[in-house]
Design a protein around this ligand. Structure first.
Ligand SMILES: Nc1ncnc2c1ncn2[C@@H]1O[C@H](COP(=O)(O)OP(=O)(O)O)[C@@H](O)[C@H]1O
Ligand SMILES: O=C(CO)[C@@H](O)[C@H](O)COP(=O)(O)O
Length: 450
């Protein structure tokens, strides 16, 4: 599916007259943590692709696992406990790799594949992340994993930027050779393969800059500065911040920074994001976002004291499931009126984000900007609640696809690789984010007191 998606995108671009010969460098992003298993011999196939055929037809037999584990999988609790035990506990693993063991993190996913399907594992010559997999297609050879996306595996020592031998050993045998050596996120990993030159007309020297995770790429696309907080309202909701001195904790993740190898980023991931909001929209707003917005407009900030927490699937931050509603008198109730329900979902989600960010050491400063992205950042009424809960102005960039924009910026940065030009300098002429919501005076104190 992923290979075919790339075929389709490039064919559509070609049909629309896109001039590939102008592309000097490219980069990209993939959902974090997902993994792709290349069968023995696949590396050879990659180097000999015929420009006369789509990629899908040529790569069909190249994978030892046909259904790639993706980030939403949470079936690896046993492997998580084994990994934590092997390195001296959850806190020790977090200090080493930036996170305690998480079910979706790739090391635990690999361990499960090795334990349940050792034959497929032994026929695997290379394991890619979704990001390095896509880069490999463009390169025509295996692309290394970059430090930033590599931090979402529970395998990389985030301070030293090398695979942890203890973690590798706890997950599966001969794993280091299947992963290859990780590289700085701004590395040029090679030139585009002749397949793309001949089939689409890319210039032969077009540089491929290491691909990274969707959240690190979004951080680049939003040109985050210290003190800012980015809120991505996609399928999942994620929150990320730029950090200099990380303090890995038991909740949340520390990743290597995708644009500055000396720095870090913190990330919190909430599984009950847009899919939950869509469910509530269908149940309480006749399936219409505009009805959903009307409910937010017609209810008061603070929701008359009603409070709700909604986790239809097992949440990541924190591990909890179920819908929990509390009346103004602090009694658990089984339902709210439709409009109250809609406000309760949005206020509950945004208050949780603020509380968890503060637990990682985050403080709203006078210059703090909240940068919103992802599909739901089109919804201005939701963004007003976000501004009120955080007590900070909310901005959006012109496109909600910040991971794509970030990939383009990173490709541009890659062109200057080796000259030590900082990323901020490279993107300084990019359009500034637009202010879309300012906090209602006194709002954040109101929310704090709740
Ligand atoms: N007007 C809107 N209001 C709220 N949510 C919206 C609106 N438009 C789109 N969305 C949500 O955006 C989500 C898709 O976000 P997107 O960032 O594209 O996803 P992904 O994280 O998979 O890249 C959809 O699940 C949808 O619920
Ligand atoms: O697991 C995480 C981050 O740790 C997710 O954020 C994935 O990176 C994919 O997210 P969506 O783009 O589907 O929201």
């Amino acid at each position: 599916m992923w290979v075919q998606a790339l075929d389709i995108i490039l064919e559509k671009m070609k049909a629309s007259g896109f001039d590939f010969s102008q592309v000097l460098a490219l980069s990209g992003a993939g959902q974090q943590h997902g993994s792709v298993y290349w069968k023995t011999g696949a590396g050879q196939v990659l180097t000999r692709l015929s420009p006369d055929l789509p990629l899908r037809e040529q790569l069909q037999a190249c994978f030892s696992i046909s259904d790639c584990p993706v980030w939403m999988d949470s079936s690896t609790a046993a492997q998580c406990r084994q990994l934590e035990a092997a390195v001296g506990g959850a806190r020790a693993l977090s200090r080493l790799t930036g996170s305690r063991a998480y079910e979706r993190f790739t090391g635990n996913q690999i361990a499960k594949i090795y334990q349940q399907n050792p034959e497929a594992y032994s026929h695997t010559e290379r394991i890619s992340l979704v990001s390095s997999f896509a880069a490999s297609l463009f390169l025509g050879s295996y692309s290394p994993v970059d430090y930033s996306d590599g931090s979402g595996m529970n395998l990389l020592q985030i301070q030293d930027k090398v695979w942890s031998q203890a973690c590798l050993g706890a997950c599966a045998p001969r794993l280091e050779e299947k992963l290859g050596r990780p590289v700085p996120s701004c590395s040029v990993v090679g030139a585009i393969s002749s397949y793309f030159v001949q089939r689409y007309g890319f210039p032969p020297g077009c540089k491929v800059v290491a691909f990274t995770g969707d959240n690190p790429a979004s951080l680049a696309g939003m040109r985050l500065e210290e003190g800012d907080i980015a809120v991505s309202l996609g399928t999942s909701d994620t929150l990320f911040l730029w950090l200099q001195d990380p303090t890995p904790a038991l909740e949340g993740h520390i990743f290597c920074n995708p644009v500055d190898p000396q720095h870090y980023m913190a990330l919190l991931c909430f599984k009950n994001g847009s899919l939950l909001r869509e469910k509530i929209r269908d149940e309480s707003a006749s399936g219409s976002w505009s009805e959903f917005s009307k409910a937010l407009q017609s209810t008061e900030m603070g929701n008359g004291g009603n409070l709700g927490f909604y986790f239809d699937v097992m949440e990541i931050t924190p591990e909890i499931i179920g819908r929990h509603r509390f009346s103004a008198e602090n009694h658990e109730v089984s339902a709210f009126p439709r409009d109250v329900e809609i406000r309760a979902v949005i206020e509950g989600q945004f208050m949780a984000k603020k509380i968890h960010a503060e637990a990682l050491g985050y403080r709203v400063m006078p210059k703090t900007k909240i940068l919103a992205t992802g599909g739901a950042s089109h919804n201005r009424d939701m963004l007003q609640v976000l501004a009120d809960v955080f007590g900070a102005p909310v901005y959006v960039i012109d496109t909600a696809n910040s991971a794509c924009v970030g990939s383009a910026y990173r490709a541009f940065h890659g062109l200057a690789a080796g000259t030590d030009v900082p990323f901020a300098e490279i993107v300084k002429l990019a359009p500034n984010p637009r202010l879309v919501a300012t906090p209602t005076p006194g709002a954040s104190q109101d929310y704090r007191s709740r």
